[in-house]
Design a protein around this ligand. Structure first.
Ligand code: AMP
Length: 433
């Protein structure tokens, strides 16, 4: 088995790796680290939970140390972009644990919190800046940050950034970073847009893949239960009650649906929290901390809010409502079975969701075992479409009802900043920060 010593990382980093308890590199680390150390651009196809952050973070730190340059005021030597606040915070936290013994500095900027503190922190310059694209451009427009000094650009979860409408922001940011930079792009899936992005912004990249795009984590046991939408809450309750020691993530499509379900679970004696776009950053952080600390053992979440978050020991992922976009299923169930552990992913599928279910099976290339209920005919999904997409399974009633043209068709609309922290943003940046 390859060990970290043979990948070419410096002594100081090997120590930090050992202190983090990493015994040997994960497949993406083994493949990506030597290439990045050699200065190559890289296109990394890897799912969440594969050790991606260290795969780019460790060699990036090594290169910054050997470049031995000083950060310019308002400048950053490396820029890492990620789609959500949670992911940005998590990347920053991991990087800090890797570079504790070095003089390097990491800063992070996300929306939903005061911009003034960020402006102040950036004024001195930083070695690594981790940011969501929307807030970063706000800071660029206020001349609080100068990206022209950045020699490294990392785009993490690029497919999700595109899903969130960040393509124009990414183009603008890429134009501000040094042209002779090293660029690393990571994505869990490989739609055509990502290939186009890689062609435009990467120079002769090595392609590193640890699982074919769209394949689900190998160690996740998957199953589906078909049922009437009204039965979903009781079914979930029974599952949670029969597994009191587990840590579960439950995915809903809308923030209202997630909040309602969390309340119902709490009323039934389950220690549950929720994380979605109506929650402030502090509330989201607290919910994640509560789950990590065992104060709650169920977290009800929407896709964007939960994207990329790393919660060790998640044993079960429940798809209470199936996602509108099949790729989101891969991200959801990637929350369990992280870094080699086992995990279980249970989908609750109402008759009107059968079309979505078949799309997921097509994407991941396997038939998900049926653990309960009658397989509904595909025509059930067609009658859902005829009814105008209402009654979207489970408790996903839109309340109050909005006209169809104002409703998101993607279920990704949960990530808007909470009302009290809203600020003006161009339409193409959908508030993921
Ligand atoms: P990531 O895919 O970067 O979100 O990483 C998922 C989890 O794996 C995080 O908790 C990391 O700390 C952990 N991890 C990363 N690399 C290793 C490794 N080589 N050995 C064990 N755990 C790791």
């Amino acid at each position: 088995m390859t060990d970290f010593q043979s990948l070419g990382l410096s002594e100081g980093l090997l120590k930090a790796i050992a202190e983090n308890g990493y015994a040997s590199p994960t497949p993406i680390q083994e493949k990506a680290i030597p290439q990045i150390l050699q200065g190559r651009d890289l296109m990394g196809l890897a799912q969440t939970g594969t050790g991606k952050t260290a795969a780019f973070g460790l060699p990036l730190i090594d290169r910054l140390l050997s470049d031995n340059e000083a950060a310019q005021p308002k400048g950053t030597r490396a820029l890492i972009l990620a789609p959500t606040r949670e992911l940005v915070n998590q990347i920053a936290k991991n990087l800090i644990s890797y570079l504790k013994a070095t003089p390097l500095r990491v800063s992070s900027v996300v929306g939903g919190v005061s911009i003034n503190g960020q402006i102040k922190r950036l004024s001195k310059g930083t070695d690594i800046l981790v940011a969501t694209p929307g807030r970063l451009l706000d800071l660029v427009d206020r001349k609080a940050v100068d990206l022209g000094t950045a020699s490294y650009l990392v785009l993490d979860e690029a497919d999700q950034m595109l899903d969130l409408g960040f393509i124009h922001a990414l183009r603008r940011i890429a134009g501000l970073v040094r042209r002779d930079r090293q660029t690393l792009l990571f994505s869990a899936t490989m739609p055509k847009q990502i290939a186009d992005l890689a062609r435009t912004y990467l120079h002769d990249p090595v392609r590193v893949e640890v699982a074919p795009a769209g394949r689900t984590a190998d160690k996740v046991t998957q199953s589906v239960h078909f049922m009437d939408p009204k039965s979903k809450t009781d079914f979930l309750l029974k599952q949670l009650q029969s597994n009191p020691d587990g840590l579960s993530l439950v995915f809903c499509r809308t923030k209202h649906g997630a909040e309602r379900l969390m309340r119902k679970l709490s009323q039934s004696g389950i220690a549950a929290g929720s994380i979605h776009g109506n929650k402030s950053q502090n509330q989201r952080d607290r919910a994640i901390r509560d789950l990590k600390d065992g104060k709650i053992n169920v977290l009800v979440a929407t896709d964007v809010a939960a994207r990329g978050i790393d919660i060790p020991g998640v044993s079960h992922v429940f798809n209470f409502e199936l996602p509108e976009v099949a790729e989101a299923y891969v991200h959801r169930i990637g929350r369990t079975a992280r870094a080699g552990a086992d995990g279980e992913a249970i989908a609750l599928c109402a008759p009107e969701e059968i079309g979505l279910f078949r799309q997921i099976e097509k994407l991941i290339g396997i038939d998900i075992p049926v653990a309960g209920g009658e397989v509904p005919p595909l025509s059930a999904a067609a009658s859902r479409a005829k009814r105008g997409g209402q009654n979207r399974g489970g408790n996903a009633k839109q309340s109050p009802k909005k006209p169809a043209h104002k409703r998101s068709s993607k279920g990704h609309n949960d990530n808007a900043a909470p009302k009290h922290s809203r600020r003006r943003r161009p339409n193409n940046r959908k508030n993921a920060a």
